[in-house]
Design a protein around this ligand. Sequence first.
Ligand code: GDP
Length: 296
Amino acid sequence: MVFSGLAERLQETFKKLKGKGRLTEEDVDQALKEVRRALIGADVNFLVVKDFIAKVKERAIGSDVLQSLTPAQQVIKIVHDELAELMGGSNSKIELAPAPPTVIMMVGLHGAGKTTTTAKLANLLRRQGRRPMLVAADIYRPAAIKQLQVLGGQLNMPVFSMGDSVAPPDIARAAVDKAKRDGNDLIIIDTAGRLHIDEELMAELRRVVDAVHPNEILLVVDSMTGQDAVNVAKTFNEMLSLTGVVLTKLDGDTRGGAALSVKAVTGCPIKFIGMGEKLDALEQFHPERMADRILG
Ligand code: GDP
């Protein structure tokens, strides 16, 4: 389960704290040391951890917490609130275009789950009443077009493709026109990925952005790659101004370091999480609920 390691360690720490009754400043310090180690163990970015602990400490020690009747509960609540805040505070919804179609552009490196997530997201948004069309604009990996068509077929959803010899910005423009004609109020564009970030990839993605001005540019990253995922998010955000991140494979990520660091490091909210390979295994990301899960 996601965060299982962190959850176990924090719950252990707080069990000890709750057993103490009244708390001294040293008790809180000791507990926060353990929280710090647990976060580092979960592969959370070092600076993020430092900042997090400082915030919790200020709130836990500088107030009436220690004099209260339930000091441990209050310290736990502070950690809970700060964890939720760290992951973005409130939920981040998809930005819809005032005049349809809403354009969502998916970007990411190979293997992150971009094509699968494109289909999953369309599925999720259709359940929320949208009429999505998928757009195959990854013309460099021939299998990508086919893969999107297969996924679209499984979902019984239109897939727009112009083969692999039209430039992606032109495909994107034509897709917007087609969506308008067909009454699709939302399109999701699957773009090319690479093994590594390179200038050529970014330049092409920027040309797609300039062609259709997406309402959302969502980066798909594999949460299991931990701080690498965070670094990828940082670079993509600097070069493309992302509107959000989709963390995939969270179902297999027992550490959770990327989920806890992405927002703080990049400023970009996590909007969705992939929780499995099936096409319904995508969820909106709820920081509060995630914090509940971690603290049990
Ligand atoms: P792309 O190269 O980024 O387009 O990646 P794909 O969409 O082809 O996905 C790569 C692999 O990751 C596939 O086997 C997907 O089924 C798998 N995958 C994608 N998202 C998830 C997820 O949330 N959980 C799990 N367990 N697997 C996922």
